[in-house]
Design a protein around this ligand. Structure first.
Ligand code: FAD
Length: 360
């Protein structure tokens, strides 16, 4: 029988695996977790942290504490290469860890390789978030690249922070499509108006092509001045899978079956943003699904380790999204329903705090 389980990344689904192990639901397995930081930061609270509603301690899980109580050995490293056939993982410092069964929940990247040597900053892996946002929110013309939920929410949070502290200047946002382009047109239009009302300067349908110290150049020939660039232009897969023999999609995400096993390997599992479900290739990269996959991932890891049949994960049709819009107001979207008010933010606050309470 297998007994060495290696968890790579402390994403949402793996937090649930740790919680279950802590509850004592385990056999005689040797479980290790590889994660570059001793903390897992929760993106649902990033906007609230930016506005100083939450402290840093409130938006992160202490992995040293959680792994200790779960009987899991925490290896504070970044996994770099998967040698699937040899059942080994190589970390950035060259160290090698063998496993019988491995599971990935490492999230995604956001900064494309072409911009890695520029002054553009990324919050991924997510432990980079507090330092990046602390620096950016103090400056006059912070520029956010990306008009999806993350970019839009953080632009409004930085604006709220600047207003609260009377920091002059204006938040800027450039997006290659419309803001919130993955939502119905009326949601996108409402969000656009809201950003304008808050004094955020928005460039839509415009792509950043070059990043310089003091300005960026767009494909429309505009030069947009900035005092710092935060890149939130959509999820890209970590290169870890690219040079291994596992099947990936066109954005480098590992292809997984409904059992959350990699397409060609029964002993490799994965959940959250780093994977694409073969049966649901268009499922958004969103924490909602990473959370929902957690219990199925746990159940299937356990079943695989004990030789039991596995179950399937089926994503829900409609997911509830609540974006914080600043000043403790929220924009709620659920299927065709939407509302923008304090109640929506209060609901988000409740959901986020309850989620964190399970793992802190
Ligand atoms: C500002 C912002 C707000 C958001 N708000 C929401 C929201 O309200 N609701 C929602 O559903 N989604 C939201 N999202 C999207 C959400 O953050 C992601 O979809 C979600 O975090 C993905 O979860 P995950 O478990 O896949 O990975 P993550 O939460 O990203 O966790 C991955 C973990 O793996 C670690 N890791 C990374 N690389 C390696 C490696 N090579 N080796 C070892 N460990 C590694 C990281 O350090 C991290 O701890 C938001 C995103 C942002 C940026």
């Amino acid at each position: 029988m297998y007994n060495r389980l290696l968890l790579v990344g402390a994403g949402h689904s793996h937090l649930e695996v740790l919680r279950q192990l802590k509850e004592g639901h385990r056999d005689d397995w040797d479980v290790c977790m590889i994660n570059p930081s001793p903390y897992q930061y929760y993106s649902g609270m990033f906007s609230g942290f930016t506005e100083e509603i939450y402290t840093e301690g409130e938006m992160r899980v202490d992995l040293r504490k959680l792994t200790k109580s779960a009987g899991v050995h925490l290896i504070q490293k970044k996994a770099f290469k998967l040698k699937a056939e040899q059942k080994k993982i190589v970390c950035e410092d060259g160290s090698v860890y063998p496993f019988d069964v491995i599971s990935f929940d490492i999230g995604s990247k956001s900064l494309p390789a072409t911009f890695e040597d520029t002054i553009a900053r990324t919050i991924k892996p997510n432990y980079k978030f507090p330092d990046q946002i602390r620096r950016l929110r103090e400056t006059n013309k912070p520029l956010i690249v990306g008009g999806g939920a993350a970019g839009t929410e953080l632009a409004m949070a930085v604006q709220a922070y600047k207003q609260k502290h009377n920091i002059p200047g204006q938040v800027r946002l450039i997006t290659a499509e419309k803001v919130m382009s993955h939502t119905p047109k009326w949601v996108s239009a409402r969000m656009q108006k809201l950003l304008e009302k808050k004094g955020i300067r928005v460039w839509q349908d415009e792509r950043v092509e070059e990043v310089f110290e003091e300005f960026v150049k767009t494909d429309r020939g505009n030069r947009v001045r900035h005092t710092g660039v935060l890149w939130l232009g959509g999820a890209i897969g970590d290169p870890i899978f690219e040079n291994s023999s596992v099947a990936i999609d066109e954005r480098n995400f590992a292809l997984v079956r409904s059992t959350l096993q990699f397409r060609d390997y029964d002993f490799i599992f994965g959940a959250g943003d780093c994977t694409t479900m073969i049966d649901f290739p268009n499922l958004p990269k969103s924490g909602v699904y990473a959370v929902r996959q957690g219990p199925v991932l746990w159940q299937n890891l356990r079943s695989y380790l004990t030789g039991q049949p596995l179950e399937s994960f089926t994503p829900q049709k409609n997911a509830l999204y609540i974006l914080s819009t600043g000043g403790k107001k929220g924009f709620l979207v659920y299927g065709p329903l939407s509302s923008h008010n304090q109640k929506a933010w209060q609901l988000k606050n409740k959901i986020d705090r309850e989620f964190m309470a399970k793992y802190q």
